[in-house]
Ligand binder design. Structure first.
Ligand code: NBP
Length: 478
């Protein structure tokens, strides 16, 4: 075979990825279960580069130069397993199968182990940026062996998005499922970013009394500062948009029930398993879930709250400045939590993640691309062992500088009865880290009382129990 890479699964993602390889000068074998998609791709886009269409799996495999590099872009779950089984039987030791779908990282670990037994490389790769990213340059997060990255890396880096400094938004993340895990956390952080932006909008609308078009301008202003990011940019676009049918702001005619496909939920489920507090991400997932519970919200319509009120115009302007600070500080907290989760997963699964490089490859192509990510890279460059982003002087100073405004915003939201779960939970996390003593001491006392779960003391080593139902004397348990 002569094709340098193959793509099987030619729905929107696979088709665009194949075109991206072809446009970058690679010869690409293309295959799809239903052959009409393959033919359509070559008919419509054949002039963009060198495509080698294959009708059968055997023909597809034969079209690839060795070691074969084959990217699967089919529906995640059982279809991916079916396609892996089909092709693995036709490949030879040293060949590389890439799964570019949205797989759960545990599936990727299982598949990688099974294929390694057969001498094949399996690379679970997060690919972010949707349809357009796949065509014009996604952010690519490949896991799998170092050896497979040697074969694959240059091609992936060629088709990846480029950060503002020109570097490719692709790096070898780590072994087995590391790439899909990091992609999942990326999506969890994306949920949190979106929730915080939504809360900022809601507060500017309902507390400050701004119109959507004015809020769009506010976001455009923020987009020239430290919040400069794709999500802030598109927020301004969405808020400025007017519904053609009614002439009303588009935002007012969209049903206020947010949907989700599951990667945010996975992030939170795995954070619970790893024991990592990601309350900002969790609140974002729960906020979407709550929005969809029409029956609960119907109940809520009868519940008491403060009379609606908006701030006076001069206060409103000052409030908008405070909301920017609350948004930034809460954003830093979400990233702190997401990076903590990746750090914990690296320890649990034996990955050596370069957290600074991960922030680096999110600067282009993906939904959370933002100028701010440079600061994370810088923080880990100064100290690769940083235990928390909030341990970095610059982040600590920035969040410390925002904390007064942040509290004012959460207080105003509470006073006016406007939910701001993302801002509030991020602030609670920050204050919990700051607290010299936490009421966890009481929790431990209760656990010892009802379940003899024991406790440790602040003044002596050891494990202790108080005989609560007897003489209340303390016994040492170890
Ligand atoms: P879909 O997820 O809609 O999958 C359609 C493709 O899967 C078609 O090529 C279809 O073949 C093939 N397929 C199915 Br379904 N079952 C199959 C089977 N048993 N054997 C062989 N092929 C089978 O495509 P997509 O929207 O392009 O997404 C592809 C992957 O990328 C998914 O894992 C998705 O989660 C992920 N994705 C990522 C992003 C992103 O932003 N990163 C966006 C969208 C999707 P057919 O033509 O013969 O039916």
């Amino acid at each position: 075979g002569t094709a340098q890479i193959g793509v099987t699964g030619l729905a929107v993602m696979g088709r665009n990825l194949a075109r991206n390889f072809a446009r970058n000068g690679y010869s690409v074998a293309v295959h799809n279960r239903t052959a009409s998609r393959t033919r359509e791709l070559v008919e419509r886009f054949g002039d963009e580069g060198t495509f080698v269409p294959a009708e059968s799996a055997e023909e597809f495999v034969a079209a690839l130069e060795r070691p074969r590099r084959l990217i699967i872009m089919v529906k995640a779950g059982a279809p991916t397993d079916a396609v892996i089984d089909e092709f693995a039987a036709l490949l030879e030791p040293g060949d590389i199968i890439v799964d570019g779908g949205n797989a759960h990282f545990a599936d990727t670990r299982r598949r990688e182990a099974a294929l390694r037994e057969r001498g094949l490389h399996f690379v679970g790769s997060g690919i972010s940026g949707g349809e357009e990213g796949a065509l014009l340059g996604p952010s690519i997060m490949p896991g799998g062996s170092t050896e497979s990255y040697t074969q694959l890396g240059p091609m992936l880096e060629a088709i990846a998005a480029k950060a503002p400094d020109g570097s490719p938004c692709c790096t070898h993340i780590g072994s087995d499922g590391a790439g899909h895990f990091v992609k999942m956390v990326h999506n969890g952080i994306e949920y949190a970013d979106m929730q915080l932006i939504a809360e900022a909008y809601d507060l500017l609308r309902r507390a400050a009394g701004f119109e959507p078009a004015e809020i769009a301008d506010t976001f455009r202003g923020w987009n020239t500062g430290r919040l400069d990011s794709y999500l802030i940019e598109i927020t301004a676009e969405v808020l400025a948009h007017v519904d053609a049918a009614t002439g009303r702001p588009f935002i007012d005619i969209v049903a206020d029930q947010a949907e989700q496909k599951g990667t945010g939920r996975w992030t939170v489920q795995l954070a619970l398993d790893l024991g990592v507090p990601v309350n900002g991400i969790a609140e974002a997932v729960f906020a979407r879930s709550l929005s969809g519970h029409a029956e609960l919200r119907a109940v809520g319509q009868g519940l008491a709250g403060p009379a609606p009120a908006t701030l006076a115009p001069d206060e409103a302007e000052r409030f908008a400045v405070q909301v920017e600070q609350a948004l930034y500080a809460s954003k830093v907290v979400s990233y702190t939590q997401g990076f903590h989760q990746m750090q914990a997963a690296a320890a649990e699964y034996g990955w050596s993640l370069d957290l600074g490089a991960i922030a680096g490859i999110w600067r282009g192509g993906c939904i959370i691309r933002a100028a701010f990510l440079d600061r994370i890279t810088t923080a880990y460059a100064k100290d690769p062992q940083l235990p928390s982003l909030l341990a970095d002087d610059r982040f600590a100073d920035e969040v410390g500088g925002a904390q007064e405004a942040w509290r004012a915003v959460v207080a105003t939201a509470t006073r006016l009865g406007i939910p701001a779960p993302g801002f509030a939970t991020a602030l609670s996390y920050y204050d919990a880290l700051r607290a010299e003593r936490l009421p966890a001491a009481l929790t431990q006392g209760q656990r010892d009382f009802f379940g003899a779960h024991t406790y440790r003391r602040v003044d002596r080593e050891g494990v202790f129990h108080t005989r609560w139902s007897e003489d209340r004397a303390e016994v040492q348990n170890d």
